[in-house]
Write a protein that binds this ligand. Structure first.
Ligand SMILES: Cc1cc2nc3c(=O)[nH]c(=O)nc-3n(C[C@H](O)[C@H](O)[C@H](O)COP(=O)(O)O)c2cc1C
Length: 258
């Protein structure tokens, strides 16, 4: 059904699909010989940076892939138990972990990405993780560390409010906020790159759903949020960087049952 006042097939969504067909695309900046943007937003030199346990050292109970796929559900009720730093490191590794760096040209990670552009940064609203004060962080995927962004205790409530008041956000151990850096993708694919950003975000979130099964966590994807409010909370402009997707993760059982 068409949006109120917008005839079927003529709305902004339809126009986006039409105008990002190959036949309308201009030459990309890569084709025009412009330099590639960095593989990751540079760390803030003034911010505290925290090392995460190395991916190879993480002791995660093995879980059959079929079991993970069959058991995965969107979970909005969590028990009051913290994630360990190792569990958080595992979830970050499974969603954005960098396995190989090809010079300054590309990264290869635990998730696929159109043209290996990997144009998504991971912000984390930590609420209940052992060893990490609550607050907003950014995952530095290239070095597998997290950087403090903002430890304002009011952020959790504000992020719940910007998620259109979805109350379960308040009880998550951690909220993943994925931020697209569109030029990293459009540099190669021009305007069509915006399509690929959304597909990449889907892969990331699906890996989170499956990885969470191995560490006794439940996940719920969130697409219902106020774009501008969310960008303001993260301190990004909403254009050159914008929130593309969110997900909550929280414990669904105590550790000794995991
Ligand atoms: C793109 C996307 C956006 C979603 N947004 C929300 C959301 O904002 N709030 C919410 O409670 N669930 C959200 N969900 C979860 C869906 O409601 C859920 O996947 C669906 O009901 C099917 O349930 P299942 O994941 O347990 O199979 C979202 C899921 C996807 C894939």
């Amino acid at each position: 059904m068409a949006e109120k006042g917008v005839p079927a097939g003529t709305g902004a969504g339809r126009e986006f699909m039409e105008k990002t067909k190959y036949r309308y695309l201009s030459r990309s900046d890569q084709e025009r010989g412009l330099p590639q943007p960095p593989l990751e937003l540079p760390p803030n030199p003034a911010a505290r940076i925290i090392d995460l346990p190395e991916p190879a050292s993480l002791q995660i109970p093995p879980l059959d892939l079929r079991t993970a796929i069959e058991n995965r559900r969107s979970v909005r009720a969590y028990v009051r138990a913290p994630l360990t730093l190792a569990e958080l490191a595992f979830l970050l590794w499974c969603t954005q972990g960098v396995q190989r760096v090809a010079g300054t040209y590309a990264t290869f990670r635990t998730v696929p990405s159109a043209g290996a552009r990997h144009a998504i940064e991971t912000y984390l609203l930590v609420n209940d993780v052992e060893g990490l004060p609550a607050g907003l962080y950014r995952y530095l995927a290239l070095s597998h560390r997290v950087q403090e962004v903002d430890l304002d205790p009011a952020l959790l409530v504000r992020i719940m409010e910007a998620s259109l008041g979805q109350q379960f956000v308040l009880h998550a151990g951690v909220v993943f906020l994925w931020v697209a850096v569109p030029y990293r993708m459009t540099w190669r694919y021009s305007e069509r790159g915006y399509r690929e950003l959304h597909k990449d975000a889907g892969h990331i979130c699906q890996n989170l759903y499956l990885a969470a099964e191995a560490v006794g966590c439940g996940v719920c994807a969130i697409a219902a949020y106020d774009d501008d409010a969310m960008a303001a909370l993260l301190g990004i402009d909403g254009v050159e960087q914008f929130v593309i997707y969110l997900a909550t993760a929280g414990k669904v059982r105590e550790r000794d049952e995991a």
